[in-house]
Design a binder for this molecule. Sequence first.
Ligand SMILES: [Zn+2]
Length: 234
Amino acid sequence: MGAKGKPGGKSGGRGKGDAGRGVSRRTLLVGGAAAAVGVGLLARGDLAHMWWQVPGVDKPRKAGEVDFRGAEWVAAAAANWRRADRPADYAIDRVIIHVTQGSYQGTLKVFKDPWHGAAAHYVVRKDGHIAQMIRELDVAFHAGNREFNERSVGIEHEGFVDRPADFTDAMYASSARLTAGICRRYGIPVDRKHIIGHVEVPGTDHTDPGPHWDWDRYMKLVRRAYTERRAAKA
Ligand SMILES: [Zn+2]
C-alpha cells in the first residue's frame, strides 16, 4: 500500500482480468495434458492424477499453517490473491517492503475484505508481531505489477511513510528475521536488488516504504539474521 490519496486503491493491480487469465491458464494446461494423451481416453481418475502433476494447483495445505514460525495466521479474502504452487510454477526472487499507511488492525480488515482487491503475504505490527495472511505458495496482489506479484513475497509494516517513529526497533528486528527466512527458503540473495521497496517496482505510483525507512539498518539486520540461521543450522 502506501499511495497517498488512494485509500483502498488498486495496489494489487489485479482487476477482473487477472482472475480470468488465471482460469484460462489452468484450462489451457489441463487441455494440453489431455491433448497429449488423446482427448476422450482419460478416465476421471487419470485426469485427477494429471491435474496433480500440473504446476500451479492443489498442493496439500493444512488450515492455519504458516511459512514463518511464530506468525499468526489471519486469512486474507480469497479475492485478494491467486492460488499458485510457488516456487514450482513461479520462481520467487524478490521480497517487497511496504508501509500500510494505516494501523495494523485496519490493514488486516481491508485485506480480509474481498472488495479491496489487494493484500500482502505478511503484516508486521509495531511491537514486532507478524500476521501471515497469504501462503508463500500463492500469489498475493500487493505490488501493482503482475510479474512482480508472481515473483515476490510482500511484507507490510504498520505505520505511515511520513512518521519515522512508526518504524520501531521491534518492527525492524522482527521483519528482518522474516525476510532472512524468505531469502533462505528460496535462495534469494540478501541485497538491495532482491529486497526492494514497493516504490522500486516498475510502473508503480506508490511511494512506500518512503524516505524514513532505514534501508542500511534493515539490510544489516537481515544479513545478521540470515548468517545466524546459517550458523545455527551448520
Ligand atoms: Zn505498498
